[in-house]
Ligand binder design. Structure first.
Ligand SMILES: Cc1cc2nc3c(=O)[nH]c(=O)nc-3n(C[C@H](O)[C@H](O)[C@H](O)COP(=O)(O)OP(=O)(O)OC[C@H]3O[C@@H](n4cnc5c(N)ncnc54)[C@H](O)[C@@H]3O)c2cc1C
Ligand code: FES
Length: 300
């Protein structure tokens, strides 16, 4: 067995992939010399909701729900027939007791197979995985900015902030009104929600970054948390650094394993002034604005 191979141990219906220690780049003081345990479990789909190419699945998953933190994700096996072979990553969108939800957009084969699953079926999942948002550092007036499917982890974050006595402002943008399928849910829950659409079919007409920028005249967030298309996050990152607003972003990358074994997800991240390639599945997907080397920055 080589350093990054894994072994599987069965523990009362939940398998544990135990990754051996590895030396190397250490981000935010995380200690990777310790073995990392990854829960594997079978989760029953207990509720399904879908609209306009978006789908929410609520899973009975106590091993995930217990330790889950906003910004973490699970790897879902979308097919029992080996195609597609790789699991797909999805952020934790909500937690209710021993259940968790994922919210996703159908973008290709994996997500369309997952969207075809029915209530009562089981899916094989790994997680919770990764490092989430710094909920404890949100301050009194955090802002959450979600672009399209990027709203997924921010709903869980909004719930946890509220549970901690903090009411966030939620900015939710999409190309058209159909790309804002969670707007009613957020409004029903009583969050302060600011909507934008690129085509002006709902809310502010323009990019969610423009809407957020305009609101800064009257509202100064204590922290910004965001997830969405890379260009959106890169713009927000520049704005937050310019305005001195601490910000965290949940990054996406194609992921082979989700737990640090394949190196499929590496991105350039700064640590103590120097940029290094790190695995975002393990040390992210959430990173501080000042640490992210954006693709646009690399192109110059
Ligand atoms: C940490 C993390 C959390 C995520 N959370 C969510 C979520 O909550 N909701 C949601 O809708 N999507 C989320 N995604 C993106 C989601 O994983 C991809 O949309 C999904 O894997 C596409 O699979 P597919 O087989 O349907 O598409 P494919 O046919 O494989 O590809 C379709 C498109 O998706 C891109 N893609 C493929 N695989 C991945 C991947 N593993 N990661 C990122 N992009 C990929 C491809 O580049 C292509 O543009 C997340 C991704 C990451 C890394
Ligand atoms: S997805 Fe395999 S190392 Fe990150």
């Amino acid at each position: 067995m080589n350093t990054h191979s894994h072994y599987v141990k069965k523990l009362s219906g939940v398998s544990k992939f135990l990754l051996p220690p590895r030396p190397g780049f250490c981000y935010r003081g995380l200690n990777f010399r310790k073995a990392m345990a990854v829960n594997r479990s079978q989760a029953k789909i207990i509720r399904k909701w879908s609209r306009d190419g978006y789908c929410t699945l609520t899973l009975e998953a106590p091993a995930v729900a217990g330790p889950a933190r906003p910004g973490q994700f699970i790897m879902v096996k979308v097919s029992d027939h080996g195609h597609p072979l790789l699991r797909r990553p999805f952020s934790l969108h909500a937690r209710q007791g021993s259940n968790v939800s994922i919210f996703f957009q159908v973008t290709g084969l994996g997500t369309s197979l997952l969207a075809r699953k029915a209530e009562g079926e089981e899916v094989d999942i790994l997680g919770p995985l990764g490092q989430g948002f710094s909920v404890g550092e949100a301050g009194t007036k955090p802002a959450l900015v979600g672009g399209g499917r990027g709203i997924a982890p921010l709903v869980f974050l909004a719930d946890e902030l509220r549970a901690a006595g903090v009411e966030p402002n939620v900015f939710y943008g999409g190309k058209t009104a159909a790309d804002l399928p969670l707007r009613e849910e957020l409004e029903r829950q009583g969050f302060d929600v600011f909507l934008s659409t690129d085509d002006g079919s709902l809310g502010f007409g323009g990019l969610v970054t423009e809407l957020f920028g305009k609101r800064l005249d009257s509202f100064r967030p204590t922290r910004l948390f965001a997830c969405g298309p890379e260009a959106m996050m890169e713009n927000l990152s520049a704005l937050s650094l310019r305005e001195g607003i601490p910000a965290e972003f949940s990054l996406e990358s194609v992921m082979g394993c989700g737990f640090g074994a394949c190196w499929g997800c590496v991105k350039k991240i700064r640590h103590r002034g120097a940029a290094g390639w790190i695995k975002i599945c393990q040390e992210g997907p959430v990173f501080a604005a000042e640490d992210i080397v954006w693709d646009g920055e690399e192109r110059g």
